[in-house]
Design a protein around this ligand. Structure first.
Ligand SMILES: C[S@@+](CC[C@H](N)C(=O)[O-])C[C@H]1O[C@@H](n2cnc3c(N)ncnc32)[C@H](O)[C@@H]1O
Length: 269
């Protein structure tokens, strides 16, 4: 993966890309964006990860070309496998840095960005670069989390503390887990027009009607953050143990629910 002096991707070396990001599809996260896609469009997916969303976008614009770009060579290899399994001939993937896109000005009809800006230290610089490669009038769709929107049940001070430390870790890694509410301002600062924002709910827990991943998978993936919390001295060993137990209890409680908003933004060049 490309190392950036001011960023340290929070989920690197965890199972999250496989077990959580890999269940995302164009249908289950891209509903605000896909109605604007047309056959023949050329589309760029920035920070495509394992490509599970990209393949659905490629089906929608076929025979138009889709390119997925990501800093992680491992994830690009996985995205290539996913495209091969889907039998796609119009999707290619390459490693690269969204701050410096290896594409000509005005060369894409559409740009897609999912769960990327929350990891970047300078989202306006990245968005400005995305705008450069977009054709005049081209469309961008961006979807990012905001942990200020989180509802957790049953009430748990240890889980509230866990998510406060999640926000702190993301910030110290160079990102912003409270970025959702800022997206309209960030896209405007990058020069986009017609910026419009809404939000969609993501939910997990045994009481969730439409969990995006099971409670057990969600909790076990969150536990990967306990190690950096401990090594960075965010919490004592006893507090770490309390948070681990709270995640375990939450995943087993028939009343468990976790609901958070993802902010969805559409804009044009
Ligand atoms: C949370 S994952 C999202 C992956 C995918 N878009 C999804 O929603 O499933 C963020 C992705 O951004 C990539 N990434 C982080 N910084 C990047 C950069 N500067 N340039 C390109 N990709 C980057 C990471 O490697 C990771 O795959």
């Amino acid at each position: 993966m490309t190392e950036n002096a001011t960023e340290n991707y929070t989920w690197r070396d965890t199972n999250v890309a496989k077990e959580v990001h890999g269940v995302r599809t164009a249908a289950n996260v891209g509903g605000f964006f896909t109605p604007f896609l047309r056959s023949g469009m050329r589309l760029l997916d920035c920070g495509c990860g394992p490509g599970s969303i990209t393949v659905g976008l490629a089906e929608l614009v076929a025979p138009g070309e889709v390119i997925g770009i990501d800093a992680s060579a491992d994830l690009i290899a996985r995205a290539q496998e996913n495209a091969a399994i889907a039998g796609l001939s119009n999707a290619t993937f390459q490693t690269g840095d969204v701050y410096s896109l290896p594409f000509a000005d005005d060369s894409f009809d559409a740009v897609w960005v999912h769960a990327l800006l929350e990891h970047l230290h300078d989202p306006v610089a990245a968005l400005t670069e995305m705008r450069r490669v977009l054709k005049p009038g081209g469309i961008i769709g961006v979807r990012e989390l905001d942990l200020d929107s989180l509802l957790i049940g049953p009430e748990s001070p240890a889980l509230v503390r866990f998510f406060a430390l999640f926000i702190r870790l993301t910030r110290e890694n160079g990102g912003d887990a409270q970025i959702g509410k800022k997206l309209a301002a960030l896209l405007t600062a990058a020069g986009f027009q017609d910026v419009g924002m809404s939000a969609t709910v993501e939910q997990s827990g045994l009481a969730a009607r439409q969990p995006f991943v099971s409670a057990g998978v969600f909790a076990s993936n969150m536990m990967a953050l306990l190690e950096p919390f401990e090594t960075r001295g965010y919490a004592t060993a006893a507090e770490i143990a309390e948070m681990r137990q709270a995640l375990t209890d939450w995943a087993q409680s028939p009343e468990s629910i976790l609901i958070g908003l993802r902010c969805d933004v559409l804009a044009h060049k």
